[in-house]
Ligand binder design. Structure first.
Ligand SMILES: *Cc1c(COP(=O)(O)O)cnc(C)c1O
Length: 222
């Protein structure tokens, strides 16, 4: 394993304003520990049970980022420790996060996930849904969530023009929402885009957070 080397190389390669989330899904806790010892603090998981199991077994100062579709019935357990929920994809989910976070007296950093890819299966808001939520009085009264920006996944393709266009679409969505709903706030600063196959393009198109799995840990065995 060259995990430590991979992390150091990637950190040198990405600009200092871009944060790295190491996507550790499917990998065992020993591997995460190795990355943590190499200085990596933020880890991304896309399944609630898996993240909870790993969190219990690993040091408390790991910053867990949830990056998958989160079912509302899993929110309660995750909210106790999660550092960032990057994949808020419905008003219903945000409502549940706020409610459960209030119960444990925490404020949870969230990103709104947008559907920018052409594949059917990916979750996320469209702009109209997100705008309706951000204008809703119920949202405005939420005290236990902080929306810090947006997240999206490009289509899985070799076509770099298409990928670039989708990242541009997400950047545009970010800018529009920021101007319209977060102009008086310094909270809304993050654009989470870029995975192992496309993070260089994502950074060129304005990413502030990249989520890298295979570039750090190698191939996943499902
Ligand atoms: C798995 C996953 C990643 C990382 O994918 P790699 O191609 O291994 O870098 C990033 N983001 C999300 C949402 C994922 O599910």
């Amino acid at each position: 394993m060259r995990i430590a080397e991979n992390i150091l190389r990637i950190k040198e390669e990405i600009p200092p304003h871009v944060k790295l989330t190491a996507v550790s899904k499917t990998h065992p806790v020993e591997i995460i520990e190795e990355a943590f010892r190499a200085g990596q603090v933020a880890f991304g998981e896309n399944k609630a049970q898996e993240m909870i199991r790993k969190q219990t077994a690993l040091p408390n100062d790991i910053a867990w980022h949830f990056i998958g579709h989160l079912q509302t019935n899993k929110v309660k357990q995750v909210v106790k420790f999660v550092h960032f929920i990057e994949s808020v994809d419905s008003f219903k989910l945000l409502r549940e996060i706020n409610k459960r976070a209030e119960n444990v007296n925490r404020q949870i950093s969230c990103l709104l996930q947008f559907h920018i890819a052409s594949e059917e299966s990916k979750f996320g808001f469209d702009v109209d849904e997100a705008s309706a939520m951000l204008e809703d009085i119920e949202y405005k009264e939420m005290q236990n969530i902080r929306i810090k920006g947006v997240m999206g996944m490009a289509t899985f393709t070799e076509n770099t023009k298409k990928i670039r266009k989708e990242f541009r679409d997400l950047y545009r969505i970010f800018t529009d929402l920021k101007n319209k709903y977060f102009a008086c706030s310094s909270d809304f600063t993050e654009i989470s885009m870029g995975m192992s196959g496309d993070y260089k393009i994502a950074i060129e198109e304005g990413s502030t957070m990249v989520r890298l799995g295979s570039a750090i840990f190698g191939m996943r065995n499902y």
